[in-house]
Design a protein around this ligand. Structure first.
Ligand SMILES: [Zn+2]
Length: 304
């Protein structure tokens, strides 16, 4: 059972949109972006759960962003076997699409999506170039995996590089039956790919928001409801009944502030205001002291 040698993280753009979503009416553009990114990420996580169950000797790397000739390209999953590298792109489209060619695309009502295979083949060719540059010459095989069980593609052309939802089990069995014995060379290759990973796109697009335009107060981490009862030790959601320790509520609020307003100094007063004046300053102070480093003096104290 391979634990991924590199695990997946949300991009900063997704984290920001996720943090903003309960506190503001996202613009149509940001709303669509959020939906697409969140869905894509959930699909990738679903696929990660499957690759974790592989029992043969392989190395799994999740969520890689490379740079080749000044251009970025992204790979959802790389699996290194003894004789082959698998490159996998996970798609989480839902519902019924019709395949149309010239140019190759998926259509649903008035939505059109470029056939992901085009992007996959580009990524495959770039990964090959990257491997050649570092004198690794394992062959690369690439696949698009459609993870959502509700996805149907009418008129789909026969393509061995496309794994439809009903073919996933067979695909996994195929991976599991690949004979594989890894050595130090494979480990070096994995370490090289991890070292080449760029993390996040430089200057990712930022959603539009301002501090004043955001709804203040703690909300339920499960259902996003602001209808919550704040107690001494815990917060209880009036909508779904979910309970959360107050310390965790405060830390979540601080984390949001750091993410959305990196230029602001974290002070007890700022967190108090962000929590909609609903959490005691004494508790906020204690949580900040226990989890962050205090700088400055007395009423000018801020935390990093
Ligand atoms: Zn709730």
């Amino acid at each position: 059972m391979p634990t991924p040698k590199k695990s997946r993280r949300e991009t900063e753009e997704l984290l920001m949109l996720r943090a903003l979503n309960p506190r503001i009416n996202l613009s149509d553009k940001d709303g669509r972006k959020y939906y697409t990114l969140e869905k894509g990420y959930q699909g990738e996580v679903m696929f990660d759960a499957i690759t974790q169950e592989l029992k043969n000797n392989c190395i799994v790397l999740n969520g890689l962003l490379f740079k080749l000739k000044e251009k970025h390209f992204q790979i959802d999953t790389v699996i290194i076997f003894q004789k082959t590298i698998y490159l996998i792109d996970v798609k989480n489209f839902e519902g019924d699409y019709i395949y149309k060619s010239d140019p190759d695309r998926f259509c649903k009502n008035d939505t059109e999506i470029d056939d992901p295979i085009l992007q996959l083949l580009k990524a495959e060719s770039k990964l090959r170039q990257l491997l050649e540059e570092y004198r690794f010459n394992l062959p690369v095989e690439s696949y698009v995996v459609h993870i959502s069980p509700t996805f149907t593609l009418y008129n789909a052309p026969q393509n061995n590089h496309v794994i439809l939802p009903t073919q996933i089990n067979r695909f996994i069995r195929k991976l599991e039956n690949i004979p594989s014995n890894l050595n130090g060379g494979h480990e070096r290759l994995a370490d090289l790919l991890i070292s080449l990973d760029q993390g996040d796109y430089p200057n990712p697009p930022k959603p539009t928001y301002s501090y004043d335009g955001l709804k203040k107060g703690p909300y339920c981490s499960k259902c996003n409801s602001f209808s919550v009862s704040v107690g001494e030790r815990k917060m209880v959601c009036n909508t779904c009944g979910c309970e959360e320790r107050m310390e965790s509520v405060v830390l979540r609020c601080v984390w949001e502030l750091v993410l959305l307003f990196p230029e602001r100094r974290i002070t007890v007063n700022l967190v108090y205001e962000w929590c909609g004046d609903r959490v005691s300053k004494k508790l906020i102070h204690r949580v900040l002291v226990e989890n962050y480093k205090a700088c400055g003096k007395k009423k000018y104290t801020y935390y990093v």
